[in-house]
Write a protein that binds this ligand. Structure first.
Ligand SMILES: Nc1ncnc2c1ncn2[C@@H]1O[C@H](COP(=O)(O)OP(=O)(O)OP(=O)(O)O)[C@@H](O)[C@H]1O
Ligand SMILES: [Mg+2]
Length: 454
């Protein structure tokens, strides 16, 4: 852009340019207007003066012309000419247009008097024209009159422009100094010391104060973001460490399974061989075999928890899902009564198998907590699939409520403490969550799955 090319970079220079520009424009308009008014006034004055002189002497001229009294006419025009500097000569012509006399006694009319510097008046006796007066104007003198004040005006204008520019410099400094100081402070901010107090000098304008406040605000937010990033960094480091420990542990668990299985096979063989001979040995071997089974089961649970979940999303509706659950929970039928509540039959997408595993873990816990009744309600709300789960078992200890989803937290002698942790992991994978519902008796859980995510 051409305009941008001429715009100075610095704020101070911009203000000076603006004031200078305005000053020059004002001076130009001012001077032109004065010249125009002077011009009009001067010419008006000249014409009026000639008119008045003519009115005064018209009759005298006429009389003198009739008497051919050259001397009287000459002395009058000479008088007029002397009194008015803007008249350079006055010619008087007779009725035939011949030279009669003139104010400067030149005795002849110049060949070419330009019409624009003459004012002609007729000398009349009654209705008859008996002569003519030509007032020749002194252009130089008139122009002097027009421009006499202008030079003073131009001088005053130049003075005002210079004063304006000087004032502009002071004003611009006054405005730009707080900004300069602020930017100096910002450029010297130590990132380790954020938030830093910024100061604006006295007499800073409202806008500069606002800018300072905004920068303060930013500085505080920056501090928060930095501490958040640091916190996240720590969490990432921790997660990475845990992940590598998890991978190692999973590998180790896998390695342990084979020797345990060998132990179990040997103890089973010894059990059979010494079944009739040594009763105590048989009992010990049985114990080894049982404990090996338990160990392998725990290792399998742990490996299942450590393994990444592979989702199999299918389209299903609640009645179909409940039917699937009923088959799955048939093994608990003798001990626990499960009630299913739902109204909707609409289809939705989820990993039904994994969701069933979540509910199986809950049912297993309820069974282990001595529950006889379980109620599971299903419904949709704001594109979320909600499950509310209640049992009438021993219930959760208040102090345990925050712990139960933590891996390996268990209150059971034979528990691994991975059931609910697994539930949480599966639900997170499905874009959902699980939480405890406070109840007066038994335990309650709230599960929600965001259906938008699938
Ligand atoms: N329905 C429930 N009623 C009472 N306590 C419960 C219930 N569900 C969970 N808990 C408590 O939460 C703990 C953690 O449960 P979680 O299923 O994670 O592990 P676990 O059942 O102890 O072991 P695992 O499921 O691995 O065999 C349980 O030990 C138990 O104290
Ligand atoms: Mg459990």
């Amino acid at each position: 852009m051409t305009f941008k090319k001429f715009l100075p970079q610095k704020f101070t220079n911009r203000i000076i340019l603006l004031i200078g520009f305005l000053g020059v424009i004002t001076a130009a308009v001012n001077t032109s207007f004065t010249i125009y008014t002077n011009y009009k006034n001067t010419y008006e004055k000249v014409f009026n003066s000639i008119e008045i002189q003519y009115d005064i002497f018209a009759d005298d001229f006429a009389e003198a012309m009739l008497l051919e009294d050259i001397y009287s006419i000459y002395s009058e025009v000479n008088e007029i000419n002397k009194s008015f500097g803007f008249i350079s000569n006055i010619y008087v012509l007779d009725a035939k247009g011949e030279y009669f006399t003139d104010a400067n006694a030149t005795r002849k009319i110049p060949d070419n008097i330009s019409e624009d510097i003459t004012v002609n008046k007729a000398i009349k006796a009654g209705e008859t024209t008996i002569g003519k007066i030509i007032f020749v104007l002194n252009k130089n003198e008139i122009q002097k009159g027009i421009f006499s004040d202008v030079s003073r005006l131009v001088f005053v204008n130049i003075f005002i422009v210079i004063m304006g520019v000087l004032l502009g410099i002071v004003l611009a400094r006054f405005l730009s100094n707080p900004l300069k100081q602020l930017s100096y402070q910002i450029s010297n901010i130590n990132p380790l010391k954020i938030p830093e107090e910024l100061h604006t000098p006295a007499f800073s304008s409202y806008e500069v104060e606002q800018l300072k406040n905004t920068l303060h605000d930013l500085s505080y937010r920056l501090k928060e973001s930095i501490s958040q990033i640091k916190q996240q960094q720590r969490e990432i480091n921790k997660a990475e460490r845990l992940a590598s420990i998890g991978t190692m542990a999973a590998g180790l668990a896998h390695e342990l399974k084979n020797p345990i299985m060998s132990l179990k096979l040997i103890s089973d063989a010894l059990q059979k061989e010494y079944a009739d001979r040594d009763f105590n040995l048989k009992k010990d071997m049985e114990m080894i075999s049982r404990q090996s089974d338990r160990l392998v089961k725990r290792i399998n649970t742990f490996l299942a928890y450590a393994k990444p979940i592979e989702s199999k999303i299918i389209e299903i509706n609640i009645p179909e899902f409940v039917k699937y659950l009923k088959d799955l929970f048939s093994k608990y039928m003798d001990n626990v009564y499960i009630e299913y509540n739902y109204h909707s039959t609409e289809n939705f997408k989820t990993d039904a198998e994994m969701l069933a595993q979540v509910l199986e873990n809950l049912v297993q816990n309820s069974y282990e907590a001595g529950a006889e009744n379980i109620t599971i309600s299903f419904y949709f709300e704001n594109n979320r699939f909600i499950i509310k789960y209640f049992d009438n078992g021993t219930g959760l200890e208040t102090s345990d409520k925050n712990e139960i989803f933590r891996p390996f937290f268990t209150t059971k002698e034979s528990g691994t403490g991975l059931g609910l942790a697994m539930c949480e992991k599966i639900l997170e994978n499905l874009g959902g969550s699980i939480s405890v519902i406070d109840t007066n008796c038994g335990a309650g859980f709230f599960i929600e799955i965001n259906l938008n995510g699938l």
